[in-house]
Design a protein around this ligand. Structure first.
Ligand code: ADP
Ligand code: MG
Length: 598
């Protein structure tokens, strides 16, 4: 019998390798951005079309490549970043495997322009499906532009596997954020088609974060800074009262590389112990500096997971420095180095005077106390503002509950009263019912919004004075994604202008003074969750609206309102659980009652 083993041709090997490196457009974005950073670029521009399915282009002003290197760059295991295996343990660059460009070029059509400072002309290379199509000289600025078109054009199975544009764009934005946060000294911009989603000038970390997530974030950041023999930690954690029910804004970087680590996450959670509502997560942006030889970042092909040599001590250091910062912030809220280093005491000095760091806790500090500041940055016309106050002051007496559903509950008795401004007490048959008013109303509103969206039967009310809502870059990106869904729930919106949008109509169920809050919460939920399909998007929007607009605990309800709420609840498809899976009511049967009086 003949020998049967043959070496795979390069383009086949590259296509196989591509399966690991290139999972979706966002993976290409990550590799290209990292290459630009390794090339010491000061400005990096990302251009996306069709959520990266049509085009991903990264333009940098870095060091460029010679004509020979330009060609070599697309060979497998071709890298300028390591020369010998020892270098693997002293990595200071993002890339090192020399696989990315070869893999990308195996599954897409790539055009690269690159020029070094010392060269007269730039090199232009076209390569598609792993084959070099052309190489020419051209006039171009110093740096590299890499255009990746029609990703997976030759691997239909992979192409069909890609998710909707919304989902793929989310992944791209996530990668973009991770890289941009890790490198605030580099200026970044991102364009989707001709819309600019982000324009981030070179800045310090704090500024970079507010440019990305909006100025509102500024007040919520608590600086963390700790230098030990094992590691350096710096960055920010978010104040406990800014904690969210969804995980978003959680960023760990090890030697400036974004990593996921449930173990480090856990260390942070323990530092917040006792400060968070159940089910809430704190945000953080933390940078670990470790000796490269004490970590292994190569255990995962896409390199977001990491193994540490000194796990236990890192856990302890992280936990105590976050705790320390949260404690410090409560006694010295203005202490922050990026704000004005001349006025503040340096961290080192504070440490010396405190010897072993103690956590000082302000006993009166209540992280759950809601700030009354009107935080969603909105431009409100003066007339609107006075109207807003008027409505605000009368709100307590005129709450409109759902009038739409008038199906009477089968057998809920007419005798109802409100207990502690929180529960409705009623009875059904021979059982006593104790209903949580907030959860009940959440359920009612949730089902109403769901059915309105699915039947496109939302009614909308015109605003007397349109509200201008300012959107940050993130919100702008989301806005274009969700505008049709927002319309379906009853918002009437003008065009996106620069950085704001005009709201001319709101869902009828929403009182005018809640409109801004509704928007704020909606964007927040959409930014933090990553709904993968239209069903979960609808669900998320309905939940967010239900949570924002529901009657809260502590709210006095008139008898008619109590009755209406109970009627509405028992007309729902689901009556036991709130949209957030919490028990809506408890019932005590005759037998249970009798037992208690036994
Ligand atoms: P790696 O980054 O792991 O070295 P890549 O396949 O991503 O592998 O890139 C191969 C080589 O191409 C890099 O080592 C670098 O020398 C060169 N290169 C890639 N992108 C750029 C860029 N934007 N500017 C300059 N050189 C680049
Ligand atoms: Mg690379």
């Amino acid at each position: 019998m003949e020998d049967v083993i043959a070496l795979l041709p390069d383009h086949v090997a590259n296509q196989i390798a591509a399966g690991e490196v290139v999972q979706r457009p966002a993976s290409v974005v990550k590799e290209l951005l990292e290459n630009a950073i390794d090339a010491k670029a000061a400005r990096i521009q990302l251009i996306i079309k069709e959520a990266g399915k049509q085009l991903i282009q990264v333009v940098d002003d870095g060091m460029g490549m010679s004509a020979t290197d330009a060609r070599l760059a697309f060979e497998r295991h071709a890298t300028s970043k390591i020369k010998q295996s020892d270098d693997l343990f002293a990595l200071h660059t993002k890339g090192f495997r020399g696989e990315a460009l070869a893999s990308i070029a195996a599954v897409a059509q790539v055009e690269m322009h690159t020029k070094r400072q010392e060269d007269e002309l730039a090199t232009k290379i076209k390569i598609g499906g792993g084959e070099i199509k052309s190489q020419e000289l051209l006039v171009a600025p110093v740096g590299t532009s890499m255009s990746v078109s029609n990703l997976f054009f030759n691997v239909p199975a992979r192409r069909n596997f890609l998710k909707s544009n919304t989902v793929e764009l989310r992944h791209i934005i996530d990668e973009f954020h991770r890289v941009a946060i890790a490198h605030p000294d580099i200026s970044f911009s991102m364009l989707q088609g001709s819309t600019e989603l982000f324009d981030l000038p070179a800045a310090n970390l704090r500024r970079r974060l507010t440019h990305i997530f909006g100025v509102k974030l500024d007040d919520k950041l608590v600086p963390v800074e700790e230098q030990t023999t094992v590691s350096g930690i710096r960055g920010f954690v978010m104040k406990p009262e800014a904690a969210k029910r969804s995980r978003g804004m959680q960023f760990f970087f090890v030697n400036n590389r974004f990593v996921k680590s449930s173990f480090l996450h856990h260390a942070i959670m323990t530092a917040y112990e006792g400060l968070l509502h159940d089910g809430c997560y704190p945000g953080y942006f933390l940078f670990f500096e470790l000796e490269p030889h004490t970590i292994d970042i190569n255990i995962h092909p896409t390199k977001t997971e990491v193994k540490f040599e000194n796990e236990q001590s890192l856990f302890a250091i992280l936990r105590s420095s976050v705790k320390h910062s949260l404690g410090m912030f409560q006694v010295a809220p203005t202490l922050d180095f990026e704000r004005d280093p001349n006025l503040d005491v340096s961290y080192a000095k504070v440490e010396q005077s405190v010897q072993s760091p103690k956590i000082e806790v302000d006993r009166d500090f209540n992280p759950f106390q809601e700030k009354t500041t009107h935080s969603f940055s909105s431009k409100i016309s003066p007339q609107w503002e006075s109207l807003y106050q008027e409505i605000g002051s009368t709100e307590s007496t005129t709450i409109s509950l759902l009038g739409a559903m008038d199906t009477p509950p089968a057998n809920v008795s007419q005798k109802i009263f409100q207990l502690m401004n929180r529960y409705l007490v009623s009875s059904t048959g021979a059982a006593l019912l104790l209903i949580d008013q907030e959860r009940a109303h959440e359920r009612v509103l949730y089902e109403l919004f769901l059915s309105n969206i699915t039947h496109s039967s939302t009614s909308s009310q015109q605003l007397l004075f349109p509200i201008q809502i300012e959107l940050n870059a993130m919100q702008k990106a989301l806005y274009t994604e969700y505008v049709s869904l927002l319309t379906e729930v009853g918002f009437r919106l003008g065009d996106l202008k620069d950085d704001h949008v005009e709201v001319v109509g709101i869902p009828s169920i929403c009182s005018e003074n809640k409109a801004i809050k509704v928007f704020e919460n909606l964007f927040e939920t959409l930014a933090n969750e990553h709904p993968e399909d239209s069903f979960s998007q609808t669900d998320l929007v309905a939940k967010s609206l239900a949570r924002t607009l529901s009657i809260k605990r502590g709210k006095h309800l008139e008898i008619e309102e109590q009755q209406q709420l109970i009627n509405d609840l028992f007309a729902c498809k689901e009556t036991q659980l709130s949209p957030f899976n919490r028990q809506i009511f408890i019932s005590l049967s005759k037998e249970e009652l009798e037992k208690k009086f036994n």
